[in-house]
Design a protein around this ligand. Structure first.
Ligand SMILES: Nc1nc2c(c(=O)[nH]1)N[C@H]1C(S)=C(S)[C@@H](COP(=O)(O)O)O[C@H]1N2
Ligand SMILES: [Mo]
Length: 459
């Protein structure tokens, strides 16, 4: 047990502080909406309850925090209906839905981004998620020309180019082949892009929510290439093509494909892909930016050089300080973010908090995450929760006793190659200030004395 833990022990079990109240996860707009419901707003109520407990002195405080029934808590003494009468029969919807009390946990579109109806983004609510897996209904979405629900009976997947026999597969053909299931993160290259301009994006959902992590099921692309008699000597790159109107095409080097890591996948977290994530077939390219994970995958061509298509010559390139563009920045470098406490959340009282967040690297496993609560002067090493998998989100946790003073919380990840996540200063020294994509800088959250957490960027 660390000193911090020992010191925090009695309060650390406090209900309602560790498992934070749902309003802790609201973004600012939602908080104002609740406050404007009047003095009876839930947050005012909870603050009031804590204030009363604090005024009552240490014993009452401990009792209130521990949920002691000594004061006659009606939530314990009065039997609720669910304890005294029959529950509901099997759910009316044969496909399960979250509790109605979790209605605030939603994908959201950023008010700061121009949206057209079809070229759009929705961000995953990573402030509300536990562990490493993103539930399918909350997976972020990025569509260049809208999504489709494609009939799997009609869907075809073709392999051509430097192969002996071009081949066309139906979904049935693919799904009878030996499959594998693997956990990986997917991150859009534009994730955290708004931060380049030093814009105070309010919540972690908008700063880092173009990020998800799933168990994918499919067949290694190399298996299908071999079935088509691929020329593996001259075939150096593949081109992957989607069936939607965006003509999404990306060049992927054969080294990644040869390692059997690249999958032609139909499964996402134990069920078929969701339509918005490429149903019935998508490419899974572990460690590589999301745009290469072509959805509605209809064709893979084997070639001897990169294609330089619009999505790799115009988009997803980085304008460097010398005026040249950096192209084919495929690998998502090591990165991390604290999801609690994070922008828009409110710490309801001082005392124990579990600082938690996510770390990932496109180059392998996360090796270590350090956390600072004083803007980067001092660092402590966080606990990495199992499993720690390659090219997958890793959950980290660390104990913190908040003394009620303002604090700047940050996380800094290191991967198994020894690469350390850079600060903004370090990143800008190399990349300048004209990038949009591939921002993996250390994220800072300011916890203010009133408990409100804000996005700040340290120079
Ligand atoms: N066919 C097709 N594939 C696509 C896209 C698209 O618009 N069409 N968007 C790409 C981009 S930019 C990203 S970040 C990921 C997003 O995957 P998701 O929507 O499942 O989160 O899919 C990629 N694959
Ligand atoms: Mo993307």
């Amino acid at each position: 047990m660390t000193d911090i833990q020992a010191q925090a022990a009695p309060a650390s079990m406090a209900r309602g502080l560790v498992r934070k109240a749902p309003e802790n996860f609201l973004d600012r707009a939602d908080i104002h909406a609740i406050q404007s419901q009047g003095a009876g707003g839930r947050r005012a109520f909870i603050r009031g309850a804590f204030a009363a407990a604090l005024a009552g002195g240490a014993a009452t405080r401990a009792a209130a925090q521990a949920g002691d029934a000594g004061d006659g808590d009606p939530a314990i003494l009065k039997l609720p209906r669910h304890s005294t009468s029959l529950g509901q029969p099997v759910a009316a919807h044969p496909y399960g839905q979250p509790s109605k009390y979790e209605g605030n946990v939603q994908r959201r579109q950023s008010p700061g981004l121009t949206q057209t109806n079809q070229a759009s983004v929705s961000f995953a609510p990573i402030q509300s998620l536990f562990g490493i897996v993103t539930p399918n209904g909350l997976h972020f979405e990025r569509h260049h020309q809208g999504w489709w629900d494609i009939d799997p009976q009609q869907h075809r997947f073709m392999i051509n180019g430097l192969v002996k026999t071009p081949k066309v597969f139906t979904m049935d053909d693919l799904m009878r082949l030996p499959s594998v299931s693997r956990f990986h993160f997917i991150e859009c290259g534009a994730n955290t892009g708004m931060n380049w301009g030093n814009v105070a994006v309010p919540t972690v959902q908008y700063t880092h929510g173009m990020l998800s992590c799933c168990e994918y099921t499919g067949v290694p692309l190399i298996t299908l290439l071999e079935m088509a008699g691929a020329d593996l000597k001259n075939g150096k790159f593949i081109l992957a093509e989607g069936a939607d109107g965006s003509s999404m095409t990306r060049t992927i080097p054969m080294e990644l494909v040869r390692s059997s890591e690249v999958l032609v996948a139909w499964g996402q977290n134990g069920e078929m892909l969701r339509p918005e994530n490429g149903y019935p077939l998508r490419l899974v390219v572990p460690g590589v930016q999301g745009v290469s994970w072509v959805k509605y995958l209809r064709r893979v061509e084997l070639g001897d050089m990169p294609w330089a298509t619009k999505d790799e010559a115009v988009h997803y390139i980085d304008l460097m300080p010398d005026g040249q563009h950096r192209q084919y920045t495929s690998i998502q470098e090591c990165k991390s973010v604290i999801s609690t406490p994070s922008g828009g959340q409110v710490l309801l009282a001082s005392g124990f908090y579990n600082i938690t967040g996510l770390a990932w690297s496109g180059r392998g496993k996360v090796k270590r995450v350090d956390v600072s609560v004083d803007g980067g002067r001092n660092w402590r090493t966080a606990r990495l929760e199992n499993p720690v998998l390659s090219k997958c989100l890793t959950r980290f946790n660390i104990d913190w006793v908040w003394n009620g003073k303002s604090a700047i919380v940050q996380s800094r990840a290191m991967d198994e190659t020894g690469y350390v996540q850079p600060t903004y200063r370090q990143l800008r020294e190399v990349r300048g200030s004209r990038s949009i994509y591939h921002n993996n800088a250390v994220q800072s959250w300011l916890v203010q004395e009133n408990g409100e957490v804000k996005h700040v960027q340290l120079a």
